[in-house]
Design a protein around this ligand. Sequence first.
Ligand SMILES: Cc1cc2nc3c(=O)[nH]c(=O)nc-3n(C[C@H](O)[C@H](O)[C@H](O)COP(=O)(O)OP(=O)(O)OC[C@H]3O[C@@H](n4cnc5c(N)ncnc54)[C@H](O)[C@@H]3O)c2cc1C
Length: 297
Amino acid sequence: MALVLQDCYKQKDWVESIEVYMDLNTIKDVARPRARSELPVWTAGDAWLAGGTWLFSEPQVHLSRLIDLADLKWPPLEVNATGLTMAATCTIAQLDALACPPDWLAAPLINQCCRAFLASFKIWKTATVGGNLCMSLPAGPMISLTSALDGVCTIWRADGTERKVTVLDFVTGNQRNVLAAGDLLRQIDIPLAALKRRSAFRQISLAPVGRSAALLIGSIAAEGGLLLTVSASTKRPVRLAFGKVPAPHELREAILHGIGDGDYHDDIHGKPFWRKHMTLRLAEEIRSELSGAAAPP
Ligand SMILES: Cc1cc2nc3c(=O)[nH]c(=O)nc-3n(C[C@H](O)[C@H](O)[C@H](O)COP(=O)(O)OP(=O)(O)OC[C@H]3O[C@@H](n4cnc5c(N)ncnc54)[C@H](O)[C@@H]3O)c2cc1C
C-alpha cells in the first residue's frame, strides 16, 4: 500500500519533499523513522501507517501527516525460549507462513485465525497484526488469536516510556483501545505455555465470505481447566476460565452470567440475539471437542 504518487501532483512551487498519498489528499508530510529515537514528536493530525489497508479505505480528512512504520524494520516473528514475539508490523501473510515447532499444539489457531481474515491476498500481504489490534474491530481475527493465547502487548508511549498490557485488556470496545494519542504498539508476546495448549476453534459469518460474527477459541490449561475466549460476537474479547471442563449447563450458565446482552455487537454482520445464540452453540461445540483432551493420559 502506501502508494506514493511522488511527482504526479507536484506543482512547480511545491517543496520537493511533498508527496501526495493516493486517496488521502490532506496528507502534507510522511515521516519514515528508522529507530525509536527518530520518531517525530506527535502532533494533532498524525497517524501511524502500518499496512494502510484500513487507513486508505476511507477518507481521513483530519490527518495531515503519516508516520510510516515500515522503515523501523522490526523482525516480524521471533520464536524464542519463552514463546513467540510478533512485531506489530508483522503481516498476516508472514504470520500464516510461520513454521511452528511440533509441540505447539495450538499452532493450528494461527492459520485458522489468518483465514478468518476474509480478504484477498493483497490485503493479507499488507495488513499487519498490530494494525488489526489497533483498529479494535470486534471481528479482528488477530485480536481473537492473541487474546486466546494470553498475548501481552508492549506499547511505546509518546512520553518515551513503555507499557505492557494483555490483549484482553488492550481492546476496550468496538474500535476502542487503551492507546493514548501518540502511543505506538510495538509487539505482542505469546507465552510458550499458551502455544502448547490443546485448542479448538469455531467461527461463523452471516455470509460465506463475510466478517466473523462470532469467533470462539477454547484451550485446555496445564491443570486441566478450560479457557474459553469469546470474540467477534462481543464488542471486545471476553475470557471465561473454568477449573475443569464444565458440564454443558455450567458452561451455558457461565456465558449467560459473564456476557450481558449489551456486550454483544450489533451491525450488518449479525444481530446481537443471533450472535448470542451462536456464542452459546459454538462454545458447547468447543467444550465437547475438548472434553476428551482434558482427561488424564
Ligand atoms: C477487504 C478487506 C477486508 C477486511 N477484513 C477485515 C476483517 O475481517 N477483520 C478486521 O478486523 N479488519 C478487516 N479489515 C480492516 C483492516 O484491513 C484490518 O483491520 C487490518 O488488520 C489493519 O491493519 P493495517 O496494517 O492495514 O492497518 P492500517 O490501515 O495501517 O492502520 C489501521 C489503524 O491502526 C493504527 N495503527 C496501525 N499500526 C499501529 C501501531 N503499531 N501502533 C499504533 N497504531 C497503529 C493506524 O494509525 C490506523 O488508525 C479489512 C479490510 C479490507 C480492505
